[in-house]
Design a protein around this ligand. Sequence first.
Ligand SMILES: Cc1cc2nc3c(=O)[nH]c(=O)nc-3n(C[C@H](O)[C@H](O)[C@H](O)COP(=O)(O)O)c2cc1C
Length: 220
Amino acid sequence: MSRSTKIEIGKQKPEMLKELWPGQYEVFSHFEYVSGVPQVLFLVTTLKANGKPNVCFHSWSSFYGDVGGYYAVMGGMGMYTHTYQNILREKEFCIGFISPEYYDGCIKTISENSEDADEFEVGGFTIEPSRTVKCPRIKEAFLSFECTLQSATDLSGKGICALVVGQVQLAAVEENNHELGKICGKDGFMFNVHSPKSAVSGEGQTTAVAILDPVRIMNE
Ligand SMILES: Cc1cc2nc3c(=O)[nH]c(=O)nc-3n(C[C@H](O)[C@H](O)[C@H](O)COP(=O)(O)O)c2cc1C
């Protein structure tokens, strides 16, 4: 396939990218929109100061480890979120990967997230006790990580978003989690395609939830 013309974009936000909501290009870099990098979606569970469980829909992240440890590297955690404050206070959190059928429940935890709310109840999720941390896991998750806080860094220094790294202490994995059809299918991981915009005109305001589609299958 021949590639189409490439547009180069620098650190300065291009003029053609217009704000669709106030502060859009403060919370998100313009690179976010012109790059369109899909990010895996999951839920972060924490405990509020009053002991009630908090559930947060999350994306901007990656996962990696070596013999020294396995890490949840959450590159974009809003410093204004309850989740960030809960993690700093409790020094622990859980991650739960859920399939796209739970999307609506995930969204509910955003609008109904007062201090008094039990966000498992709000989102229609079931509490599953953790083994190594106090905050609960999500029973509906096909894969969960129990994590302890390793570090929190304000990458841009603007007090907006933090890079939160957690060390995985325990993984709870469904039996069929290794099956390609499961990982890539509608019962597997969901991805956030966050409002990609044309680098030429700035147009584009469609966000999508996506699943994987394998194009080549190799055996070790
Ligand atoms: C699809 C989607 C992905 C999101 N990803 C993130 C994310 O990666 N980081 C973040 O800070 N907020 C993210 N949010 C926003 C949080 O879910 C939202 O701010 C939430 O209310 C925070 O909850 P809390 O205050 O209980 O922690 C996302 C929202 C949606 C709809």
